[in-house]
Design a binder for this molecule. Structure first.
Ligand SMILES: Nc1nc2c(ncn2[C@@H]2O[C@H](COP(=O)(O)OP(=O)(O)OP(=O)(O)O)[C@@H](O)[C@H]2O)c(=O)[nH]1
Ligand SMILES: [Mg+2]
Length: 324
């Protein structure tokens, strides 16, 4: 059996569990997760290396997590959908993740529509089956409904949260990939620079600590990321859209910002395996989600072009407790 490798795009509606699946398969926390839809805003690469074993030749699966498919109503939303299309381009397989606890509706059909113009194989992944418990009988009729919408290469029920069904998923994904050599060095888990992941960790804390419009109206830019022998110094700005939002983010006597900062710093320290000094600022950028220029500036691939020293610090693989 030959070694197999290829790009696998994880696609689906907001909140279906795409990022949870990426992290579970890679075994590292590469993407932030929250119960709020539209958490992921850019495509995120994560690499799974499967070693040779009895009867298996080994494989390298390059997963690409994407923002949830939705009809965009802002520059940010349009940019998110560009990220989805770029991830779909040239991939060898699509994993369409659907929430098995929800009935099919028009928004699911909209996600499936995105696949109609490509000839790439699509596996339907029915996620969150842990929530079905005694109602597993609901799966079969749901599968029948999905089958009417697309000819799927395979249909696999999983729980990304509990890691149920992931071995079967990996086996089926490997079998669907073309024969070919590894595409990336074995010690590389992602192409995201650590400085960008640090910003995402701050954003995750904001998402978890705030309610209503605020999670959607905030973004984070890392202004400075300096790795020293003993300490990594990071300064980042949380942008929001209105003065009132800024007040909430800072909180009474700065309590909210302090809470966000402390929990983000602890997570970043675990990711980097180093002590971190984290400085956070809050600024108002009215209607930034509508500003194409500002939204483009958030793209880390673009931010890298402006970094004067041109250094990209990729996070170290830890395989420790960070992922779970
Ligand atoms: N019960 C259960 N919850 C899950 C499972 N997978 C994900 N979740 C939860 O679903 C919510 C959304 O998960 P994410 O991984 O952020 O979903 P996503 O598809 O990446 O969402 P967007 O980035 O917003 O498109 C989180 O609260 C997860 O904990 C699962 O298998 N079972
Ligand atoms: Mg996500």
């Amino acid at each position: 059996m030959p070694f197999r490798s290829g790009f696998v795009c994880i696609l689906g509606r907001p909140n279906a569990g795409k990022s949870t699946l990426l992290n579970a398969l890679v075994g590292e926390k590469l993407a932030i997760i929250s119960p709020k839809p539209q958490t992921t805003r850019n495509r995120i690469q994560g690499i799974v290396n499967l070693p040779k074993s009895k009867g298996q030749a080994g494989a390298q699966i390059v997963l690409i997590d994407t923002p949830g498919v939705h009809k965009p109503d802002s520059s940010l939303g349009r940019k998110m959908m560009v990220e989805v299309r770029e991830a779909l381009e040239g991939c060898d397989l699509v994993l369409l993740i659907m929430d098995a606890t929800r009935k099919l509706d028009q928004r699911d059909e909209f996600a499936i529509q995105m696949l109609k113009h490509s000839s790439t194989k699509v596996c339907l992944i029915l996620n969150k089956v842990d929530l079905l418990r005694g109602c597993k009988g609901r799966l079969l009729p749901l599968i029948e409904e999905y089958k009417k919408l697309h000819q799927f290469h395979d249909i696999i029920p999983i729980s990304a949260l509990n890691r149920d069904g992931l071995d079967i998923l990996l086996k089926q994904v490997t079998a669907a990939l073309p024969a070919g050599p590894p595409l990336f060095p074995e010690d590389q888990v992602t192409d995201q620079p650590a400085r960008f992941m640090a910003g995402e960790i701050v954003r995750e804390r904001v998402l978890l600590e705030t309610e209503e419009e605020l999670p959607y109206a905030t973004t984070v830019i890392v202004e400075n990321f300096e790795e020293g022998a003993k300490l990594t110094r990071i300064s980042a700005t949380i942008y929001c859209e209105r003065e009132g939002q800024k007040g909430i983010l800072i909180g009474k006597k700065g309590q909210m910002l302090k809470r966000i900062g402390t929990s983000a710093r602890l997570q970043i320290e675990r990711m980097l395996g180093a002590k971190v000094f984290l400085e956070l600022y809050v600024k108002v950028q009215p209607n930034w989600r509508e500003s194409r220029g500002f939204v483009e500036e958030l793209d880390w691939r673009r931010q890298l072009e402006h970094l004067t020293d041109g250094r990209v610090e990729l996070p170290k693989t830890s395989k420790k407790s960070y992922a779970r």
